[in-house]
Design a protein around this ligand. Structure first.
Ligand code: FES
Length: 237
């Protein structure tokens, strides 16, 4: 049996299945609720249940999430609905609603996509997830103070790893490093999410995506997101 979740402040409604958290249900249906870890640590997903009941293991909460729970809040990354609900929560509707974070990350996997494009998959610490809008980018913060920007190629819901496509351009120092020096398990620092290039989910217009080479990376993230939320508009690639 599924349950209806209402957010009276915005008028949004979505359906939650009994085996998914309220956060998962919202994101699956294109409703942007905030989160920072999705595993009961950061407290960023906390909100109020105005009416109805939820269930979850509050004993597993840690750190800030535990404090939010003790203050009477519900952690929507952990809670499942056991009845219809009305909730109060800050919604993420545009890029500026998302906190820009500086985070350590580990290069988990490296795969050549073509002779001059490397796919990197970055893993964040266990207690962190990078919330972003499909199509945004991040920057590597390098030891010499320089930054290198790359579009995020995965969709927000599929965020166990952050996927980047890096082209090896002639005389590009960072590309040289990625292709000739970087190894899996290397620790790096990133800042993100950044940029105002993202899929406008509240528009009714057809979506036209154009890009070449590694310019496909943000389009891939947008397409995967559009499929995930079952976007009901024509999409042209
Ligand atoms: S997203 Fe971090 S506790 Fe829910």
């Amino acid at each position: 049996m599924s349950f209806k979740i209402r957010v009276p402040a915005s008028g949004h409604e979505f359906i939650a299945e009994p085996d998914e958290t309220i956060l998962e249900a919202a994101l699956r249906q294109g409703i942007g609720l905030p989160y920072g870890c999705r595993n009961g640590a950061c407290g960023k997903c906390a909100g109020e249940v105005i009416s109805g009941k939820t269930a979850y293991d509050t004993g597993a909460l840690r750190a800030s999430a535990k404090q939010e729970h003790e203050a009477g809040k519900t952690l929507f990354c952990q809670a499942c609905a056991v009845s219809d609900l009305a909730i109060e929560v800050r919604e993420v509707v545009k890029n500026t609603d998302i906190e820009i974070k500086t985070l350590p990350c580990r290069v988990e996997k490296m795969n050549l996509l073509t002779h001059d494009v490397m796919k990197l998959q970055l893993k964040l610490p266990e207690t962190e997830r990078l919330q972003f809008m499909a199509g945004q980018y991040l920057e590597f913060l390098l030891k010499d103070g320089k930054r290198r920007a790359f579009s995020i190629a995965n969709a927000p819901h599929d965020d166990e790893y952050i996927e980047l496509h890096i082209r090896h351009v002639p005389d590009g120092h960072f590309g040289d490093y990625v292709f000739d020096g970087l190894k899996e398990k290397t620790l790096m620092r990133i800042e993100g999410p950044l940029g105002s290039y993202f899929l406008r989910e509240d528009s009714q217009c057809p979506v036209i995506l154009m890009g070449g080479g590694t310019g496909y990376a943000p389009l891939k993230g947008m397409l995967e997101h559009a499929f995930h939320i079952k976007l009901d508009r024509p999409v042209h690639l």
